[in-house]
Design a protein around this ligand. Structure first.
Ligand code: GTP
Length: 357
């Protein structure tokens, strides 16, 4: 039976803003509250009753198929379409055209954590009879995002780049409903941006793009800061996910992890499988990947600690990303956006911001 709605999730980006974590894994596969980030999105899609899902892959394409296979463990029928050279967001959508059978296609950026009921977005699309419907969220500070003004009927009137003086607080949430035929009009065989080229061009032609606007939970997980906050929001139940049995409270400690006496885990901290937290360590909003260790008395705040990495005794790590298997010596201080590359070893006291010893 031909499904009436199919989903496409774009997961082919290189995730440069999350390097070095994305050197070894594509961004949507980074662990978030005990599961690859993408699992939370796929579970939401399944919860909306959509079972036919295409993953538009490029960077590290094989990782997705190795993990999800045919998708049956999530109740999905998954297919993979790979771009040899990344074609951008619009090119990635065009590239799956031949694999689409449904007339209505839901397209998701693969790095968005959201709380909107996907069925409502499809419903808006049907009611407005538009060719494309964009999910927009209202945010407090829209200056960092592309803004999308609408008229009184909910029709999109412009697609604006980031500006210091946005005319609306409605931003593009990275979820779109396309009539399949519109996807066929996107130029093929070359990189195309859906945001910068496809939508502005459709508007210039006077085509009907509609908006589904709401105030639901929404976060683009593209930067370390957002990744840390999104992960903590999942743990604390602020961001909903059908892939999580329940909100876990202040922290989530996964199987086989070991937490030492007097350690404090707060702020939505996640301790990965087989990780070790030393006595008296303090983790606040930390994302500790599987197999990592945080030694006694260390403090880790709003930071990501990569697979099998180590933070030495008494070290302070704040707003920092530590690559896989890196080793941070005892009493080091890493602050304010520091990024440690995989395998790097920093000796004891090797980096400090304070002068006391
Ligand atoms: P940055 O390099 O940090 O900007 O990350 P990114 O490469 O993931 O780019 P961005 O966050 O703008 O991408 C939004 C979504 O589109 C993500 O889910 C990406 O995986 C996906 N995406 C970006 N570029 C491509 C592409 O060329 N092909 C495909 N299939 N997906 C893409």
């Amino acid at each position: 039976m031909t499904p009436s709605v199919q989903a496409l999730v774009l997961v082919g980006g290189k995730g440069t803003r999350l390097r070095p974590l994305t050197l070894s894994a594509p961004k949507p596969m980074l662990p978030t509250a005990g599961a690859p980030f993408l699992t939370h999105l796929l579970s939401r899609i399944r919860e909306a009753g959509i079972t036919d899902v295409v993953l538009g892959t490029s960077y590290q394409a094989q990782v997705f198929a190795e993990h999800y296979g045919d998708g049956s463990s999530l109740g999905l029928n998954l297919t993979y379409i790979t771009e040899e050279q990344p074609l951008g967001t619009g090119g990635g959508i065009r590239n799956v055209y031949d694999a689409l059978t449904a007339d209505t296609v839901l397209v998701f950026n693969g790095d968005v954590l959201g709380g909107t009921d996907i069925r409502d977005v499809v419903q808006t699309h049907r009611e407005s009879a538009a060719e494309v419907t964009l999910h927009l969220v209202r945010v407090k500070d829209p200056r960092a995002f592309g803004c999308v003004p609408t008229d009184a009927s909910g029709r999109v009137t412009a697609f604006l780049e980031k500006t210091q003086d946005p005319p609306t607080n409605q931003i593009n949430a990275g979820t779109y409903v396309f009539n399949r035929s519109v996807i066929g009009e996107i130029p093929s065989g070359r990189p195309v941006s859906v945001e910068r080229e496809v939508f502005p061009s459709l508007l210039a032609q006077g085509r009907h793009i509609h908006a589904h606007v709401d105030d639901a939970y929404w976060r683009d997980m593209g930067t370390p800061e957002d990744f840390v906050r999104g992960s903590a929001d999942l743990v604390r139940g602020i961001a909903p996910s059908p892939a999580l049995d329940k909100a876990c409270g202040e922290s989530l400690v996964l199987d086989g992890a070991n937490v030492g006496r007097g350690a404090v885990l707060i702020g939505g901290t996640v301790v990965g499988r087989g990780a070790t937290i030393g006595a008296g360590a303090r983790l606040d909003g930390a994302v500790v990947f599987d197999g990592a260790s945080i030694d006694a008395g260390a403090v880790v705040e709003r930071s990501i600690v990569g697979f099998d990495a180590r933070v030495g005794e008494g070290a302070l790590v704040r707003d920092t990303v530590i690559g896989d298997r890196a080793s941070i010596g005892a009493r080091c201080e890493l602050l304010r956006g520091a990024r440690v590359w995989p395998e790097v070893t920093i000796p004891e006291n090797g980096i400090r911001f304070s002068t006391d010893v």
